[in-house]
Design a protein around this ligand. Structure first.
Ligand code: AMP
Length: 180
């Protein structure tokens, strides 16, 4: 179970992963975006925000419709670039309050090794060295500057994610206990 899932389970957050939502949309029969999402994911590129933000908004609305006490979300893998941030600010700014960004900090080598290990059983089309190298480039060029932006606003809580799952989760717990 990922730290996101564990945090959600322990703290009444609903864990929504942008990547999971995109993969579900790719697999949905009749989706007009399936092929496009497939290409972006294989290339490790960021899917256009109009698609991602709608999936996120819908998932959040559906969760709250089912249970109005579930209004706290841990959104995993978003915003990943400037386009994502602009989309969020346009669509969600008056609907949701961003408390902080949990930044799982880890070296590129460790990330690649973990994803290659995951690739043995994940069936993901991007858990291979070629896609992972591209994803690292996307991260450095597009995502890192967004984290820095949130950092300037004092919104980033950094966790050293190079350690074991239990140690990482202990740090996540400490952040959530303090301000979650
Ligand atoms: P992940 O499941 O977070 O590892 O994401 C896998 C892939 O899904 C990424 O490499 C992107 O191609 C796509 N993706 C995930 N999150 C986003 C996002 N916020 N915006 C656009 N594309 C995304």
């Amino acid at each position: 179970m990922s730290s996101g899932d564990r945090a959600a389970q322990n703290y009444s957050y609903t864990h929504l992963s942008a990547g999971d939502l995109l993969r579900a949309e790719r697999a949905r029969e009749g989706s007009e975006f399936g092929q496009l999402i497939d290409n972006y994911i294989k290339q490790g590129r960021i899917v256009p925000v109009a698609i991602t933000i709608n999936l996120l908004r819908k998932a959040m609305e559906e969760t709250m419709q089912k249970d109005d006490k579930k209004f706290r979300f841990l959104i995993d893998g978003f915003p990943r670039n400037e386009d994502n941030l602009t989309g969020w600010n346009t669509v969600m700014v008056d609907k949701a309050d961003v408390k902080f960004v949990l930044f799982f900090d880890c070296s590129n080598e460790v990330c690649i090794d973990r994803c290659l290990e995951r690739g043995k059983s994940s069936g993901r089309t991007d858990d291979n060295r070629e896609s992972l190298e591209k994803r690292i480039q996307t991260y450095l060029q597009s995502t890192r500057p967004i984290i820095e932006l949130y950092e300037k606003h004092g919104k980033v809580r950094t966790v050293d994610a190079s350690r074991s799952v239990d140690k990482v989760f202990a740090d996540v717990k400490a952040v959530l206990d303090k301000e979650g």
